[in-house]
Design a protein around this ligand. Sequence first.
Ligand SMILES: O=C(O)c1cc(=O)[nH]c(=O)n1[C@@H]1O[C@H](COP(=O)(O)O)[C@@H](O)[C@H]1O
Length: 274
Amino acid sequence: MNKAELISQIRQKKSYLCVGLDTDLEKIPQFLLEYEDPIFEFNKCIIDATKDFAVAYKPNIAFYEALGAKGWQSLEKTVEYIPKDIFTIADAKRGDIGNTSKLYAKAFFENMDFDSITVAPYMGEDSVSPFLDFPGKWVILLAHTSNQGSNDFQLMTNREHDTAFYEEVIRKSRQWATDDQLMFVVGATRADKIGQIREIAPDNFFLVPGVGAQGGSLEEVSKYGMNKDCGLLVNSSRGIIYASKEEDFAEAAGKEAQALQQQMEQYLAEFKTV
Ligand SMILES: O=C(O)c1cc(=O)[nH]c(=O)n1[C@@H]1O[C@H](COP(=O)(O)O)[C@@H](O)[C@H]1O
């Protein structure tokens, strides 16, 4: 999916919601365990209930990999089930020497038809560029993440330029790809920094996880992070998919997604720059 199509979807649905499919056998309603593929059954119900409010889905690959071959099958079926006009993110956080990255890219862009993949920037340009060789596919580079440990390296200062490491990641990687192929991860718990990050990357989309279970503020990230195209995909995983652990789980997820979409509609009217 290209940038114009993504923006058009955001306009139509008045939403920049990404639903995180972090599907865990221990957390899904236990009656689903009777199905042949409980993970896919759960995802299918969640997708049906949330697809009118969401512009993206982000399965976190760890939840599928942990289940071995069966988990990969559930993931493949899930990606195929997501409506084609909705953006898909393989949250795999990959990146390795060039020939290895190329095979990671094949796994997620060819064997499975994901639109994008999350990539760790630590190994540098030749670990990221193989993902960019796939026309129409996106790299979502970790910049300033939502977790506590992000302080360990991402905030280290480059004394020469007086910039933080995560800023260097953004500045440098913007030379490798246009904003048609490159997004950045900025945690919702970093709302205090998002305005400054927007100045460094005015036209790139940001994937913003950390709303919901991690306590990030949707209002703050929208206020300081939005650009003229919206420029945000805000993810919530547990806050939506585990809104109820009973038989009404899909309905509850739909309600949660709708509530976020309604706030987003308001923020799009209030904060989107012209
Ligand atoms: O790349 C990510 O998606 C990601 C980056 C980050 O900085 N923080 C973060 O929580 N995530 C992912 O976003 C999801 C957040 O899930 P919830 O906290 O349940 O909404 C998980 O799949 C995380 O792996």
